[in-house]
Design a protein around this ligand. Structure first.
Ligand code: ADP
Ligand code: ZN
Ligand code: ZN
Length: 711
C-alpha cells in the first residue's frame, strides 16, 4: 500500500519552507518514526508527522520522492514528545523542523542501521551489569520533619510544586525520595517509569550526580542513570539519548537541553536551582527549559488530550530553589503552583550572619577592607576556610595609558579587552580576540601603562600578599587559590581544584559566581562578596534579583557543618549599605525581598504582570539594524492584537558591537501573554519580508526572544 507521509526536517528558523514535506512510502509509517529522506541533493534525517493514505492535494505520484529508509530498531517518538516540540516551536517563534531536529542527537544523522543496531545492543548490555553498592546496605538518612512533610504534600499535589528550601535544607534528599517512588511504581503498557533531573551546570555539581548514581545504580543497574549536556562528545550524547528513548535509562540528569530528551515513561521532572538564568537558551530557539518543564509535565499527565497522554498517568514537576524566580514565586502566590517551604538547615545549623562593610568609611583604595581582612586571618588561624566572590575574571578589566588616555579597547567590539597577567595577554571576553600585552602605549609610546579596576587574578595576588603574615594551625602561611572560567579551562582542572578545597589544602578561594553554586563544602565559615554594587544600579530590572540569589547562594556555602555554623558569616563590601536588598539579605528574608520586587514589577507592568519579547537585529551598521527594526514596527500596523501591544523604539544593545557586528533590539510588551503570542505569530511572515526590504540592506540576522531574561 502506498502512503504519503509528511515529514519534518531541519529547516532554518525563518526559511519560509513549510513545516513538513510530503514523501511517498510503500510502508505505512507511524507518526514519530525516524526516517531518512532525500532533500535537494542530500539525504537528511526526518520525523514522520502524519501518514495519510491519500496523496496530498495537488501533488501527483511523480512529484513526490520516496522515503529512503527508516531508522530500524527505534520506537517512534511518542505523541507527547511531538506535542512538546510543536509547542516550543510555536511559543518561541521558530520553525518546528528546527526545534524538533535540534532536539535529536546529531550523531543520529550519521549512522546507518547496522551501526545503530550495534549502539542499541551496547546500551542494553551495559544496563544489565550489576553495580555493587558502595554503602554497606542501602542506608538512607532518616528524613527531617520538613523533608517528610514536603514529600507527603508532594504525594497529593496536582499542580507544579515550588520547593522553597534554604541552602543546606536537604532538597536533594527530597528529589532522591521522590525519584525512588516513581521508579518503584509500575509504568503503563510495559514502559518503565522515568525521571528527568535538570541542573544549571552539571560540571559544577558533581556531587548531585554522584548521589543519584550511588543511590540508584545498585538498584537498577549501571545504565540506569545517564547524563545529557553539551559538554559530552557526540557519541556519548547519542548513547544517553538511546538509553532514555528505549527506557533503559530510568533517570536522566542534564542541563537545559535535556528537556527535549525522549522519555516515554516520564513521571517526574525536577528542576534544581530553578531561578538560574542558564535555563534560558540564548541562541537558536531561545527557550526556557524551566517553563517547558512545567508544560511538559502537563502533557505527560495526559492533561492535553491532543497529545494522547494515557488517562490515569501522572507526571509531576518540582521546581527547587532557595531563591525562586519571581515568576515561580508569583505563580505560587496565586495558587497555580504549590509552595512547599523547608526553611531549616539539616542538623539545625544557622545561615551565616550578614556583615555589611560600608566602603565609604574604609581607607582609600582598599580592595579588601581591614576588618574583613582581620576576620579572614582569624578563620585561617582556626583552620577554617574563606570564599571570596568577585564576578570579573582576569587581572583587570582595562589597561590604560595615563599620558594620552589610550585604553585597551577591542578593535572588533565596543568593549574593553581584559588584562590577563598570568599569560600577559589582552583578551576580549566577547569575541575572543587576544593579543600579547604591548610593552608601551600603542598610541604615544609611554612605557607606563597600568591596569584599571580589578578581577579575580588580581584579588588572588593581593590577598596572598595581604594575608602573608596570617598563619594556619600548622604554622604555615595560608594558601590562596582562584577558581573561574580561566582556571578551569583544562579538562579535569575543576575537579582537582574542588578536591584541593575539600581536602583543606586551600584556605582562601577567590572566584566568580562559579564558586557560589551547589558545592557542599564543610569547612567554609566566611564568604565575602567584594564588588557587588554594579548590579544594584544596572538598567536590567532583573539585576537585583540575580544579585540577591547569588549572595544567598554564596552565603549558603558557609556553615554547612552545624559545628561551625554558629560563627559563619557573609561579608559584603558596598558603597550603598542602605539599599533595601541588604535589609532582606540580613534576615535571609526572601519572601520580603520577593514581595517588594513584585510590587515594583506590578506598577511597571513588567513580567510576571505583563509579557515581553525582544526583536533583535544584527547588521553591518547600527543604522541598518535599527532600520530593520523600525520597518518591522511600522509594518506591524493592522496585525491582530496590535492595539494590545506596545512596540518600543529600536535601541542599540549595551555592548553594541561584537565581532564587527552591530546589534540593536526592540522591546515588545503586552499585558496579555495570549495577545502577545498571537501578535508574534502574525508578525513572523512580516519580519521575513522586511528582511529583503532595501532599508534593511546590511542586515546579518534577526531573531525573536520570547520572555527574554536580559533586556
Ligand atoms: P540543599 O540542596 O537544600 O542545599 P543538600 O541536599 O545538599 O541541601 O543537603 C545538605 C546536606 O545535608 C548534605 O550533606 C546532605 O547529605 C545532608 N542531608 C540531607 N538530608 C538529610 C537527612 N535527612 N539526614 C541527614 N543528613 C541529610
Ligand atoms: Zn599613551
Ligand atoms: Zn572583541
Amino acid at each position: 500500500m502506498t502512503c504519503w507521509p509528511s515529514v519534518i526536517v531541519a529547516t532554518p528558523a525563518h526559511s519560509g519552507v513549510s513545516a513538513s514535506l510530503s514523501y511517498r512510502s510503500e510502508l505505512l509509517l507511524a507518526p514519530g518514526t525516524l526516517v531518512r529522506v532525500p532533500l535537494g541533493k542530500r539525504e537528511v534525517l526526518g520525523v514522520v508527522w502524519d501518514c495519510p493514505t491519500e496523496p496530498p492535494e495537488g501533488l501527483t505520484d511523480s512529484q513526490t520522492r520516496e522515503v529512503t529508509g527508516t531508522l530500524d530498531g527505534l520506537p517512534p517518538l511518542n505523541a507527547r514528545w511531538r506535542q512538546l516540540v510543536k509547542f516550543a516551536g510555536q511559543y518561541y517563534q521558530r520553525s518546528l523542523g528546527e526545534v524538533a531536529l535540534a532536539a535529536l542527537p546529531p550523531q543520529l544523522r550519521e549512522l546507518d542501521n547496522t551501526q545503530l543496531a550495534r549502539r542499541l545492543k551496547r546500551r542494553t548490555q551495559a544496563a544489565a551489569q550489576p553495580v555493587e553498592s558502595k554503602l554497606d546496605q542501602q542506608t538512607q538518612p532518616a528524613l527531617s520533619t520538613e523533608q517528610a512533610e514536603a514529600l507527603s504534600a508532594l504525594d497529593t499535589a496536582s499542580v507544579p510544586v515550588l520547593l522553597f528550601g534554604a541552602t543546606g535544607s536537604g532538597k536533594t534528599e527530597v528529589y532522591l525520595r521522590a525519584t525512588q517512588r516513581v521508579l518503584d511504581a509500575q509504568g503503563t503498557g510495559g514502559t518503565p517509569t522515568q525521571v528527568l533531573v535538570m541542573v544549571p551546570e552539571i560540571n559544577l555539581t558533581p556531587q548531585l550526580e554522584a548521589r543519584f548514581r550511588e543511590r540508584f545504580e545498585p538498584l537498577y543497574g549501571a545504565g540506569a542513570v545517564v547524563c545529557l549536556h553539551s559538554g559530552m562528545t557526540p557519541a556519548q550524547r547519542l548513547a544517553s539519548w538511546l538509553s532514555a528513548h528505549t527506557g533503559v535509562a530510568r533517570i536522566v540528569l542534564g542541563t537545559r537541553m535535556a528537556i527535549f530528551a525522549s522519555l516515554p515513561g516520564l513521571r517526574l521532572i525536577v528542576v534544581d536551582e530553578e531561578h538560574d538564568p542558564s535555563y534560558k537558551s540564548q541562541e537558536g530557539a531561545r527557550y526556557s527549559a524551566r517553563d517547558l518543564a512545567v508544560y511538559r509535565a502537563k502533557i505527560e499527565s495526559g492533561a492535553l488530550s491532543t497529545a494522547g497522554g494515557e488517562a490515569g498517568t501522572r507526571c509531576q514537576v518540582i521546581l527547587g530553589s532557595a531563591t525562586p524566580s519571581l515568576e515561580s514565586w508569583h505563580a505560587a502566590d496565586q495558587g497555580r503552583y504549590l509552595r512547599l517551604a523547608m526553611p531549616a538547615r539539616i542538623g539545625g545549623g544557622s545561615l551565616p550572619r550578614l556583615r555589611l562593610v560600608d566602603m565609604n568609611h574604609q581607607p582609600k583604595g582598599a580592595v579588601i577592607a581591614p576588618p574583613l581582612l582581620a576576620a579572614m586571618g582569624e578563620r585561617i588561624a582556626r583552620g577554617e576556610q574563606c570564599l571570596v566572590l568577585l564576578n570579573r575574571r582576569g587581572y583587570a578589566p582595562v589597561l590604560a595609558c595615563h599620558d594620552c588616555g589610550w585604553k585597551s579597547g577591542c578593535p572588533h567590539c565596543s568593549a574593553y579587552r581584559v588584562f590577563h597577567k598570568l599569560d600577559r595577554t589582552l583578551r576580549c571576553h566577547h569575541c575572543g580576540f587576544t593579543e600579547r600585552v604591548p610593552r608601551a602605549c600603542p598610541d604615544c609610546g609611554n612605557l607606563d601603562i597600568a591596569p584599571v579596576g580589578r578581577g579575580t587574578e588580581q584579588v588572588e595576588e593581593q590577598l596572598a600578599a595581604l594575608l602573608a603574615d596570617a598563619r594556619r594551625p600548622d604554622g604555615q602561611p595560608p594558601r590562596v587559590a582562584r577558581m573561574d572560567a580561566d582556571s578551569t579551562r583544562l579538562k579535569g582542572s575543576l575537579e582537582t581544584q574542588l578536591a584541593a578545597l575539600h581536602s583543606g589544602e586551600v584556605d582562601v578561594l577567590v572566584g566568580t559566581q562559579m564558586i557560589a553554586k551547589g558545592h557542599d563544602f564543610r569547612r567554609i565559615t566566611l564568604v565575602a562578596g567584594i564588588n557587588v554594587d554594579a548590579a544594584l544600579f544596572a538598567s536590567d530590572h532583573r539585576a537585583p534579583e540575580r544579585l540577591f540569589a547569588l549572595l544567598m547562594q554564596a552565603g549558603g556555602r558557609a556553615g554547612r557543618d552545624a559545628a561551625h555554623s554558629a560563627a559563619s558569616e557573609m561579608w559584603v563590601q558596598t558603597w550603598t549599605p542602605e539599599h533595601p536588598l541588604f535589609a532582606a539579605l540580613k534576615t535571609h528574608d526572601f519572601p520580603a525581598f520577593a514581595a517588594e520586587q513584585l510590587a515594583e514589577r506590578e506598577i511597571a507592568g513588567m513580567p510576571p504582570f505583563g509579557a515581553q519579547a525582544l526583536l533583535r537585529a544584527d547588521a553591518r551598521t547600527q543604522a541598518a539594524a535599527q532600520a530593520f527594526l523600525n520597518l518591522a514596527a511600522a509594518q506591524a500596523l493592522g496585525l491582530p492584537h496590535r492595539d494590545a501591544i506596545t512596540l518600543y523604539p529600536a535601541v542599540p544593545l549595551t555592548i553594541q558591537r561584537v565581532a564587527n557586528v552591530e546589534r540593536a533590539q526592540l522591546l515588545v510588551e503586552s499585558a496579555s501573554r495570549g495577545a502577545l503570542q498571537r501578535f508574534l505569530s502574525a508578525w513572523g511572515p512580516v519580519l521575513h519580508d522586511c528582511r529583503s526590504a532595501p532599508e534593511a540592506r546590511g542586515l546579518v540576522r534577526w531573531a525573536v526572544d520570547v520572555d527574554p531574561q536580559v533586556i
